[in-house]
Design a protein around this ligand. Structure first.
Ligand code: NAD
Length: 260
């Protein structure tokens, strides 16, 4: 029997088969969960729907997390479909490319608000709508990166958004803990995805991460997916408010030993 047998959960942020959300979806399905997905716009629906169908999705609906009306409509459909919810994975981030490429000190108010809204506030917005459906308690999880706590070249604005996301994880955990809802984050090492392509010199970042990690390599979507399944499951019933690293041990090292 899988560790998520009988559980119903949302995986938000699937774009294609390179997405971290796809690693999550496959692991959760393998462990016995029933899944629901969102997609952002018709363009992505073409990619998301066939993938979601592969893991027998019970719900595949449009959702732009920057729009409160769409959030309300999406979670109303979740309620209609299942009536209750056991878990929610938030694997969503966005920043304007220029905001990541330009010097950080040139950040505009609009770019800052957009990055923080979609990459951090949206987790709170989803959590406040998912929590009432978690009648028997539940588990929520978001995806973050080391750039939240260290100044990683090329990550600037997104690092600030991830810092807000990690703090939000702790405060959501505090707020929802009394309802038996656990809230955690996974800090994943760099993985080549659509979102990652916005980060300046991502190839170099991946090389450095592999060289500086304990395992001497980078991690995969599947490894992040497996750890997600554990954190969503009752196996992690005593874990909340945590940022859990899935980065082959990079964050405990002194960095890239082969630094040029
Ligand atoms: P991805 O591009 O596959 O996923 C990002 C998702 O965010 C996409 O599905 C996109 O549709 C969605 N999204 C963006 N704006 C949205 C909006 N307004 N409404 C709804 N959805 C929206 O890339 P990914 O790397 O799988 O990213 C997933 C998460 O993992 C992100 O939070 C990212 O910051 C985080 N992360 C990624 C890495 C990495 O190296 N790839 C490392 C650590 C953390």
């Amino acid at each position: 029997m899988g560790i998520l047998e009988g559980k119903k959960g949302l995986v938000l942020g699937l774009a294609n088969d390179k997405s971290i959300a796809w690693g999550v979806a496959q692991a959760c399905k393998r462990e016995g969960a029933e899944l629901g997905f969102n997609y952002l716009g018709e363009q992505l629906e073409k990619r998301v729907r066939p993938l979601a169908e592969k893991v027998d999705a019970k719900l595949i609906e449009s959702l732009d997390v920057s729009d409160d009306a769409q959030l309300d409509a999406f979670f109303a459909k979740v309620k209609e479909q299942w009536g209750e919810l056991d878990f929610m994975v938030h694997s969503i981030a966005f920043a304007n490319k220029d905001a990541l490429r330009n010097p950080f000190s040139h950040a505009t108010r609009a770019d800052f608000q957009l990055a923080l809204d979609i990459s951090a506030y949206s987790f709170i917005a989803c959590a406040q709508r998912a929590a009432p459906l978690m009648k028997e308690g539940g588990s929520m999880l978001t995806m973050t990166y080391l750039g939240a706590e260290r100044a990683v070249p090329g990550y600037g604005m997104m690092g600030v958004a991830k810092a807000a996301l990690e703090a939000s994880t702790r405060y959501l955990a505090q707020d929802l803990g009394t309802q038996g809802i656990r809230v955690n984050a996974i800090s994943a090492g760099p993985i080549r995805t659509l979102a990652a392509s916005a980060v300046g010199d991502f190839r170099k970042l991946m090389e450095k991460s592999a060289r500086g990690s304990m395992l001497g390599r980078n991690v995969s979507q599947n490894e992040v997916g497996n750890t997600t399944a554990y954190l969503l499951s009752d196996m992690a019933s005593g874990v909340s408010g945590e940022v859990h690293y899935v980065d082959a041990g990079f964050h405990v090292g002194a960095g890239d030993p082969g630094i040029e």
